[in-house]
Design a protein around this ligand. Sequence first.
Ligand code: PLP
Length: 392
Amino acid sequence: MNKNSYILPLYNRLEVGFVKGKKSVLYDEDGKNYIDFASGVGVNSLGYANKKIVKTIKKQASKIVHSSNIYQIKSQEKCAKRIVELSSYDMKCFFCNSGAEANESAIKLARKYGNTKFKNPKYKIITIKNSFHGRTIATLKATAQEDKHKYFAPYPDGFVYANDINEAINMIDDSTVAVMIELILGEGGILMQDIHQVKELEKVLKERKLLLIIDEVQTGVYRSGNFLLSQYFGIKPDIVTLAKGLASGIPIGVMISSLKDIFAFGDHGSTFGGNHLSTTVCNKVLNILEKYSNSGELSENIKYFNSCLQYIINKYPNIFLKKSGFGFMQGLVLKDEMLLNDIINLALKNGVLVLKSGKNIIRFLPPIIINKSEITEGFQRFEDILSKMNKI
Ligand SMILES: *Cc1c(COP(=O)(O)O)cnc(C)c1O
């Protein structure tokens, strides 16, 4: 920890800082290069210095970055239309700046729905153990990891936790308005929910006119190979939240919902949300990713990435238990959780960036546009450290 820093000591930073990047490769101050299997925790969907994105940012910055939501913003309208079309859901958008804000918006929308659409008002939201929904007071309370709640009480009422989807179904009562879930737990262990259980949950909620909120802040924007993982699950949520990969590094979040007439003027808003710069870049990112996905290249590269992970699992059964995850959101489950930080640090030293999830999982979130040669090189560097570990 740097005692002379003027920044509050909230992060356990690794000993490296990057000064530039190209595609899915990063460079530090000494010019050393790193294959990026982390993408800034799922943010840099197009990697680094993408020519089209650089051009889009420059062009838009030279015209107008921000006006305000009290004026018309054409790029925001266009972006909303793109997101809704790609989702294939009949929905409308609210733009904000982060995942937590998108989830906070979802909580507010669900509460207004619960407070206005039933004879006996409903407010309770059920979330799943080891979920992660953000760090604001409400989204922290929605995050079902009670060790994270220790210091910040009191919290708003109305959040309850289920161990799994089946338990969530059983916990629904007269004051429940919604169930909010990640289809793959991102921070909490790269655990994918069972499709049939999620569909059962959807059915039960629909029967009771209650809401299904899907937090796709990490799983969304083609990370799963589909624009939304909800589409792959074949469900129709009432609210979906997105953020991380939407504009490849420019801060943006969005809540999309089929509840089009619950919020009215003044109920909610954002100063920065959906400004000219973020929505113009988001439009470009979505155009590039849609083409990339339609070309078949994305699913091919996901397949290749998976085969590399499978090779690692097969070759190092003494280090790893199994693989978990889906698409470009993958985890290797360690036998010994004590190895987690060691492997991440050794990988960094050997020029490949990986993340952690939960207590014992190496998490892989590469840029969506990562190519075969980058994948090959990254796994070579990763395997290098494993083979050395095996010799110790
Ligand atoms: C990262 C994340 C969030 C929080 O997003 P911020 O932009 O850090 O507020 C919420 N939900 C999930 C699933 C996430 O992965």
